[in-house]
Design a protein around this ligand. Structure first.
Ligand SMILES: Cc1cc2nc3c(=O)[nH]c(=O)nc-3n(C[C@H](O)[C@H](O)[C@H](O)COP(=O)(O)O)c2cc1C
Length: 225
């Protein structure tokens, strides 16, 4: 099968919690996806990322328990009318996916004189996020889904994965082959949230000023269906 082109992969990429198949990811395919991550732009070419592949079921069960506690906390914080809807939404596929990947940031990598971090220290973390998006798209092109899980306190996860204190967790990802394709986000399918159309988000020259007529019209072609 020919790989998807980049726009198709962007459109078809989803955050995946419920749609994993049991097929194992081949090591060469996983390596290709990680290589896409390692080719991301990074501030001062610092490559501040590491990728911890987690196949161990016992570790994953422990992480799932931590996530479940936070899920319940969030549920309890919701107004009554949102609670039922939230309960119908799966927020992680830690055990259902083939493997998990924890992506971290080391903002000391390549020494103290990184070109760019002196002015905006967060650029190390931005770089790691770009690496994750590269992997997300590469995975989708391979027929593999990824789900980003953020219901946890990183201090609880770090000891389970032996992550040193100075290293920051940026993402915990569930990764596995897809058994189904979805054109819209699960949160939209379930009526939790909807997407904003592009033309509402683009300004020209100054904040709040819509683009000129022609550009406005061109943007209308990219309405969210
Ligand atoms: C930084 C980040 C953290 C996220 N954390 C979670 C999460 O903990 N649980 C979850 O179900 N989805 C999580 N998501 C997925 C979003 O809900 C999802 O991207 C959004 O609904 C749009 O859907 P799509 O990715 O399928 O287009 C996260 C996404 C991002 C970018």
């Amino acid at each position: 099968m020919a790989a998807m082109d980049v726009y198709e992969a962007i459109k078809k990429r989803r955050d995946v919690r419920s749609w994993f198949s049991s097929r194992q990811i081949e090591n060469n395919v996983l390596s290709r996806i990680l290589d896409a991550g390692n080719r991301a732009p990074s501030v001062g070419l610092s490559q501040p990322w590491n990728f911890i592949i987690i196949r161990n079921i016992e570790i994953r069960k422990k992480i799932k328990n931590i996530v479940e506690t936070k899920r319940v906390e969030f549920y309890e914080s919701l107004p009554e009318e949102r609670k039922d809807k939230f309960n119908g939404i799966k927020i992680e596929g830690i055990m259902e996916s083939d493997l998990n990947i924890c992506v971290t940031c080391d903002n000391t990598r390549k020494g103290p004189n990184i070109l760019g971090t002196a002015t905006i220290p967060e650029t190390s973390e931005y770089s790691v996020v770009l690496s994750i998006e590269n992997m997300w798209l590469a995975a989708r092109a391979e027929g593999i889904g990824m789900g980003w899980i953020s219901f946890f306190d990183p201090d609880n996860i770090k000891p389970l994965l032996g992550i040193p204190e100075n290293i920051k967790i940026i993402a915990y990802l569930a990764v596995g082959y897809l058994r189904e394709d979805h054109d819209i986000p699960e949160l939209e399918e379930k009526g939790w949230e909807s997407r904003i159309g592009l033309s509402n988000l683009v300004y020209e020259n100054t904040w709040g000023t819509p683009p000129e007529d022609d550009m406005e019209k061109a943007l209308q072609n990219y309405r969210i269906q």
